[in-house]
Every structure is written in C-alpha cells, then in structure tokens.
Design a protein around this ligand. Sequence first.
Ligand SMILES: NC(=O)c1ccc[n+]([C@@H]2O[C@H](COP(=O)([O-])OP(=O)(O)OC[C@H]3O[C@@H](n4cnc5c(N)ncnc54)[C@H](OP(=O)(O)O)[C@@H]3O)[C@@H](O)[C@H]2O)c1
Length: 312
Amino acid sequence: MSGVDLLVTGAAGQLGRVVVAQGAARGLCVVGVDVAEMPLDQQAAIARTVAAQAPRAVVHCGAITNVDGCELDPLAAHRINGLATAWVAEAAAAAGAALVYVSTDFVFDGTATAPYPVDAAASPLSVYGASKRRGEEAVLAHGRPDFHVVRTSWVFGPGGRNFPRTMLDRARSGQPLKVVTDQVGRPTMTHDLAEALLDLLALRAPGGVWHAANEGQCSWHQLAVDVLREAGLGHVVVGTQTAAEYAAGLVAQGKRPPALRPSWSVLDTQKLTRLRGKPLPHYLDALRRYLPLDAAASRTAPPIPDLRGKHY
Ligand SMILES: NC(=O)c1ccc[n+]([C@@H]2O[C@H](COP(=O)([O-])OP(=O)(O)OC[C@H]3O[C@@H](n4cnc5c(N)ncnc54)[C@H](OP(=O)(O)O)[C@@H]3O)[C@@H](O)[C@H]2O)c1
C-alpha cells in the first residue's frame, strides 16, 4: 500500500504545525495528528494510525512540554514523552518509516563548559528531561539507519506558548519583569528548526543524534531584552534575578519551586551544520522574522484545524 510522505505528531503544537506546513510546501503528502487524532497515551491508537497512514517518515513532535507541570505528574510525563515515543518508534519500524524524534537540551545537567556535542553524556535534572531521555533511548535502541534524535532548545514560534510571547504579553500589560540571568542556552525558531528536520530526511542523513539550534547563545534575561527591543518595547525595564532567587520567591509565596533547569545548555550543532552545509540563522535574525508572524498569528485563528488529517 502506498502511504503518505510524512506523518507529524504534535501537529497542533508550535513546532508540529510548522513541520506540517513546510512539508506541504515542499510538495510532500503530509498528515498531521495531535491528541484528537492519535492520543499518545494509547499504544493501539499509535499503531493503528501509523499503519493506516503508512508514512515514509514520522516527525514526532508530540510531547508534554510543560517543564514545571511534569514535576507534578511524573507518570504522565514518562508515559507520553518516554513510553509513547517507544510506541511511535515501534510503529514506525513496523511501517518501515524513517523517524525524527524531537528532544531537548534539558537532557543535560548544564555543568559543561563547552557546547554539548551530540555524544555528551545525558544527565537530566528534571522529570521532563528524564522523560525525554527515555524517549531518546527508545528511539536509539532500534539502531536503525533512518532513526534520528534531534535535540533542540528554547523553542519559539508564531502562535505558540513560548518565552518571547510571555515577555511581550507581560510588557504590554504593564506587569513588572524580572528574568533569570544565570541560565544560558540557544533560542531556536520553529521555522528554522522545521527546515533542519525536513533536511535531515531529504538528505537521508545517517541515523543517530543531532543538535539543532539557532546560532548565538544568551541568558533568559538577555533574550527578554532582545525580544522587547526588537518589538519596539526597548524602554521597558527588565529586572534581573538568579534562578535561586526566582525559586526562593515562589516558595515565599507558598508556591512550588520550579523544576531544576540546566544553567548552561548550549548545544554544539556542528554535526548538523556539516551535513547541511550551513548553520541555522542567528537567533536575533529569527526573532526579527518571528515578531511579525506572531503578531499576525494572534490576529487570526491558528491554521492547524485546516491542516490536520488532510493530505497535501
Ligand atoms: N518548547 C521548547 O522550548 C522545546 C525545547 C526543546 C525541545 N522541545 C521539544 O520539541 C517538541 C515540540 O515542542 P513544542 O514547543 O511544539 O510543544 P507544544 O507546542 O507543547 O506541542 C506539543 C504538542 O503535543 C501535544 N500532546 C501533548 N500530549 C499529547 C498526547 N497525550 N497525545 C497527543 N498529543 C499530545 C500537545 O497538545 P496539548 O497542547 O493539547 O497538550 C501539543 O499540541 C517536543 O517534543 C518538545 O519536547 C521543545
């Protein structure tokens, strides 16, 4: 049976919707699925959907991405991010499909002093990081030449729940801003990441681990300053605090402290750069493209209901 070119999970999410759109723009026959079409907590639904679509490749973006929420429900995090990824990998292998599993810099503990290469030892600090690591292990255990784990970081895309959006909302509503200075990473725009994920498949890259992130690195505080400046809100003052001060402030308000996050999780993306012959653009360039798209996305209904479940 001939199937679709691409099956995208998490297709209503900020990354999945862009993978669907870019896959379609490349002329691929794409099916996007999310909770309604293929609930990841049901192995049978995954097996049935993948078998029915018979994709040439699966891009697995579906996940529980609320890092602090995962601490409250570790079982759900491990089931959806870990076990369900094993089920997706099994189903993809059974269908003879290539697989791209999107993972995270939060599999690292942040103690490195140089960018993390793809073969650096994982040592997650949080339930989210541990659950995503379980997903990685499940994918890599197949040892298939067309199964990929792609770690990325600090993702933002138009219409998504992300840090730039939160900063803009807070600044525009006049709420005070105080942002962490001692966590450093590589912000990454969905559009640039999706292009890299599709390139991996198009170039028939050898299976294994890849790191994909926009060029440049910064603290959350620097990113907040950059976002507001680029959005014409450079006059808004962004206060500073350490991660420990932020956690102590929450506890003082009777709230739970946030999940532990790596203090320095800069990914080394050289392997992907060599494959594609170019790095992803700088994150400041990405921010400048993101801002007008996000403004447009917030004025219109999200495109995903028109895309899901349809063939292109
Ligand atoms: N966001 C980041 O900063 C970041 C950083 C590094 C790596 N990543 C990884 O990148 C991938 C895409 O992230 P994203 O930012 O696009 O996240 P997102 O916007 O939260 O998208 C994830 C999608 O998965 C769906 N999902 C959750 N539980 C599900 C379930 N039980 N069954 C089916 N679908 C389910 C979500 O639906 P609901 O919204 O209804 O829950 C959502 O549509 C994820 O694998 C994430 O771990 C993200």
